[in-house]
Design a protein around this ligand. Structure first.
Ligand SMILES: NC(=O)c1ccc[n+]([C@@H]2O[C@H](COP(=O)([O-])OP(=O)(O)OC[C@H]3O[C@@H](n4cnc5c(N)ncnc54)[C@H](OP(=O)(O)O)[C@@H]3O)[C@@H](O)[C@H]2O)c1
Length: 318
């Protein structure tokens, strides 16, 4: 049985049937999971905007949030997942748990697939038994990056890495009515990410070399969490690309981090992926840019520009 703490909402109307909605978040100890629990509790996540995508009221009233971290809900453990979900009987399950160590996944594909694919099978099975809507978090790394254009939700996938293949396998474990949210280059106030890495490296004297031939959209958990709450509580079926607006390279991103922190961005040097020494074990797509077409075509608001979100995050982590 999961030992996670429930965070009761204050009992207002919900978006489903007028009673409180219970939402279970897996991976609640991660950088996105932490902000998801906050957003579902009606709080503004750290470095978030008060009314990001939540509409005038936000979800706070009428939502019971149950955050289950890795220790409390190991998703590869089928009996544990079934027992927890059947006991808690959530109406929505946001499945943010994953093994996200992209390079480590190359050396241990079994663990990658056990967590990201089989774990999702267990969560999907349990959600189906209790009739809960499933929201699955996926990644830009399901694409090979060879397209000259931003990727649409309907484009062919072709992951280059074990991590990407295991996350795509997780997508295939989701039932047709599930919400699949693909995002990219995730950064938040909790956990490790490029913003924190860049600031840590900048505090030393070493060279700051970052690749200038991988393109993507940095995405900030406070804004992403708000969009996931909207999609999940509305039980939107299908795949949605959800990233902050605008694109850059890792080189451009690190320059922007330093600039935002009032430091010398001129210290950052561009290199190519081929120049990385040692090379990274997992290949990355050169083009990770996700067109948020489904959001746009549904008339749903897009996330703010990544530079706006970066400024908010740098303010709280420096
Ligand atoms: N980070 C990115 O750049 C990125 C990009 C695209 C998509 N995503 C996706 O977005 C979601 C959230 O990512 P994130 O950035 O918040 O990553 P994160 O900080 O690594 O959070 C993932 C959480 O899952 C937990 N976890 C790992 N193995 C587990 C298992 N077997 N059972 C239960 N929980 C387990 C981790 O716990 P421990 O740390 O204790 O193991 C961690 O708290 C993931 O689905 C990820 O694939 C992330």
């Amino acid at each position: 049985m999961v030992g996670a703490a429930a965070r009761p909402g204050s009992g207002g109307r919900d978006r489903l049937d007028g009673v409180t909605v219970r939402v279970l978040v897996t991976g609640a100890g991660g950088q996105l999971g932490t902000d998801l629990v906050a957003a579902l509790s009606g709080e503004v996540p750290t470095a978030g905007r008060r009314r990001a995508l939540l509409g005038p009221e936000g979800p706070g009233n009428g939502v019971d949030v149950i955050g289950a971290d890795h220790a409390r809900l190991p998703v590869e453990d089928r009996p544990a997942v079934l027992e927890a979900v059947l006991a808690l009987r959530p109406q929505v399950v946001v499945h943010a748990a994953a093994w996200t160590a992209v390079d480590a996944c190359e050396a241990d594909p079994d663990r990658a697939f056990q967590t990201n694919a089989l774990g999702t099978r267990h969560v999907a099975e349990a959600a189906a038994i209790v009739g809960a809507h499933l929201v699955y978090l996926s990644t830009d790394y399901v694409f090979d990056g060879t397209s000259p254009h931003p990727y649409l939700e309907w484009d062919e996938t072709n992951p280059l890495s074990v991590y990407g293949r295991s996350k795509l396998a997780g997508e295939r474990e989701c039932p047709p009515g599930a919400t699949v949210v693909r995002t990219s280059w995730v950064c938040g106030a909790y956990g490790n990410n490029m913003v924190k890495t860049a600031l840590r490296l900048a505090a030393g004297d070493g060279p700051l070399r970052f690749v200038d031939d991988q393109h993507g959209s940095p995405t900030f958990t406070a804004d992403l969490a708000a969009a996931i709450v909207t999609l999940g509580l509305d039980r939107r079926p299908g795949t949605f690309h959800v990233t902050n607006t605008g694109t850059t390279t890792w080189f451009g991103f690190v320059q922007a981090v330093l600039k935002s922190a009032g430091q010398d961005a001129g210290r950052v040097e561009p290199i190519s992926t081929a120049e990385l020494d040692p090379p990274r074990p997992a290949p990355r797509p050169a083009n990770s840019v996700l067109d948020n077409a489904a959001l746009r075509l549904c008339g749903l608001p897009l996330l703010p520009d990544w530079q706006d979100a970066l400024g908010r995050l740098v303010e709280v982590v420096t």
